[in-house]
Each structure stands twice: as structure tokens, then as C-alpha cells.
Design a protein around this ligand. Structure first.
Ligand code: SAM
Length: 288
């Protein structure tokens, strides 16, 4: 696709000009407007037409978020026309233990948004806290396992992605989260879903706040196996522990169980693909 780069302030004036390709949407980045040009007219930049494999994006409230390779403008403009989002972002990755999103804003302005999933309201700002795309089925599965009145610890609660479905299913959830920004949205989401009597929040490191014995411990963090020794100190016979990870980490889990002198029935499942040859797994442990 060919475009002309013109100052943003001049964009509206030129849109009626004969060279403008009205079948495509112009876009703005900073002070520059990129206006698609019809064939046969001079242009300042030629963009390669790359087709993306699959959809490659998700709707998070009023924000469209692309994962994987950076989308071309014609892909972005298609989703803008289709979904009329407030913003379009491209997730380049997540950094550090708090999984802070690293994003590029491709269109609009990113702010707090509200996302509804399986009847639960999640307030979040996708530029500030991660949104666990692709865990929808797993959230449903875990909520389906919860027995009313269970005492549950969600050691890496985030904004309540799993805490809220487990609480809504009747569990009493102790949600622990180290990232203050995530804690802000977690508390907002508990109120938004009227789950204040079912979820207790501990801001901070799960190793400092986990307490007592739980019926269920959810460890939604790829490095969860490193925290398993802590979790095992708060598990008794029959406690179920859900250990997330990347690929087959059952060796590391077995090591932790052996060091703690704990026997458990172990069952690992794949939740989703997270990259070439990489899968997000969860290993269910039932403590004997
Ligand atoms: N459980 C949510 C989910 O599955 O979608 C959030 C997962 S996110 C990958 C992991 C969360 O754990 C992040 O919000 C991060 O800030 C938090 N976290 C990392 N280390 C932690 C620790 N030691 N104690 C408590 N929270 C921690």
C-alpha cells in the first residue's frame, strides 16, 4: 500500500483530494498523518502488503491488542473499521516478575477499560497490567472444580483473573499480588462483581502472606514451581494445587515434592501455545 506522510494538522484538508485512496483508512502516529494513495499518484512511502497468519489479536474491553509480529497498517485499519476501538496496541512482551506489558500504541489512546468474560467484569489498563489472554477455558475448568466454602489461595492473583471465577463458584479466596497497579484493579474488580465477602486481598509477596492450610492453591505464574515449597507448607491431605508453567516442568515439581517429603497425584495439561514449540501448562497436584 502506498501512502503520503503529511502533517497531522493538514489531514482533514487533503481527504477530498483526488489522490486519496478512500477505500483505506488513514492513520496518525505522533504529528504525522499517513494517508493512503490511489494507484498512479505520487506517494512518499510504500508499505509491504503482509498478510498475518490467523487473527492474532484480542479485544480487551475497548482496546484491540495484537500479539506476535507487528501488524501492518492495513490489518490495523481493518480492525479499527470493524470494532471502532478506543485504541489498538501491539504487545511486544511482558517484563520482570510483575509481567509488566511492553506495548506499542498503534492507534488512539490507551486508558482504563472494562472487559467482560464468562459473566465476570474485569477493569484494567492493558498498558499497565497484563491480561492473560487465552486462559478462558482454564478459568472455567478451575471454577468448575471449586466446592462451595472451600478455602483457596490465589498466590499470583493479578487483577483477579482466576480469583474472581473461583470466588463466584463459592470459594473463599485469599488473593495475593505483589504489583500495586494490579492490586488496584483487583480491588476494583472485587467490588464490581460484588465479591467483597468472598475475596480477601493481601498486597505483597505471596511467600510473606500465605497463611494457614488451604483446600486449593492456585499458582498462575510461569515460575510457580519455584514457589511450590512455600505452597506445600500450606497444604494438607486432599489439598489441590494448580502449578502453572512453561512446557513439561513435572521434573522440577517432583523434586520439590520429594524435598518436602510430600506425596501427590500429578496430572499435567496444556493450556495454550505461547510461541514456537512453547506451551503454557498447568499441573494439578492432589496432596495425599
Ligand atoms: N494469576 C493471573 C493469571 O493467571 O492470569 C496473573 C498471572 S501473571 C502471569 C503473574 C502475577 O503474579 C503478576 O501479576 C505478578 O505481579 C504476580 N507476582 C509475581 N511474583 C509474585 C510474588 N512473589 N508474590 C505475589 N505476586 C507475584
Amino acid at each position: 500500500m502506498n501512502v503520503r506522510e503529511i502533517p497531522r494538522r493538514d489531514m482533514n484538508e487533503v481527504l477530498q483530494d483526488p489522490w486519496v485512496d478512500t477505500g483505506r483508512r488513514p492513520w496518525i502516529s505522533g504529528d504525522i498523518a499517513y494517508v493512503p494513495v490511489r494507484d498512479g499518484y505520487p506517494y512518499t512511502m510504500a508499505l509491504k502488503e503482509r498478510r498475518r497468519k490467523g487473527r492474532g489479536y484480542q479485544k480487551i474491553g475497548s482496546v484491540i491488542a495484537f500479539h506476535g509480529e507487528k501488524p501492518d497498517w492495513d490489518v490495523v485499519s481493518e480492525v479499527i473499521d470493524r470494532h471502532k476501538p478506543e485504541a489498538v496496541i501491539w504487545y511486544r512482551g511482558h517484563r520482570g516478575e510483575m509481567r509488566i506489558p511492553e506495548i506499542t500504541v498503534l492507534y488512539g489512546e490507551v486508558s482504563d477499560t472494562m472487559h467482560k468474560e464468562s459473566g465476570i467484569i474485569y477493569h484494567l489498563n492493558p498498558a499497565v497490567v497484563m491480561f492473560s489472554q487465552g486462559n478462558r477455558e482454564e478459568k472455567r475448568r478451575i471454577a468448575g472444580l471449586v466446592k462451595p466454602g472451600e478455602r483457596i489461595c490465589d498466590m499470583f492473583a493479578g487483577i483477579g483473573y482466576f480469583s474472581l471465577p473461583m470466588a463466584k463458584a463459592g470459594g473463599h479466596v485469599h488473593a495475593i499480588e505483589i504489583n500495586p497497579d494490579a492490586v488496584y484493579f483487583l480491588q476494583k474488580n472485587i467490588l464490581a462483581n460484588n465479591l467483597g465477602s468472598r475475596v480477601m486481598v493481601s498486597p505483597g509477596d505471596c511467600r510473606d502472606h500465605i497463611t494457614g492450610i488451604y483446600d486449593r492453591i492456585h499458582m498462575g505464574y510461569y515460575d510457580a514451581a519455584k514457589f511450590l515449597a512455600t505452597a506445600l507448607q500450606h497444604a494438607g491431605p486432599g489439598t489441590m494445587i494448580h502449578v502453572h508453567g512453561i512446557g513439561d516442568n513435572t521434573g522440577e515439581i517432583k523434586e520439590q515434592l520429594d524435598m518436602a517429603g510430600v506425596l501427590a497425584v500429578m496430572n499435567q495439561r496444556i493450556i495454550k501455545k505461547i510461541g514456537p514449540g512453547k506451551v503454557h501448562t498447568v499441573t494439578d497436584l492432589v496432596i495425599k
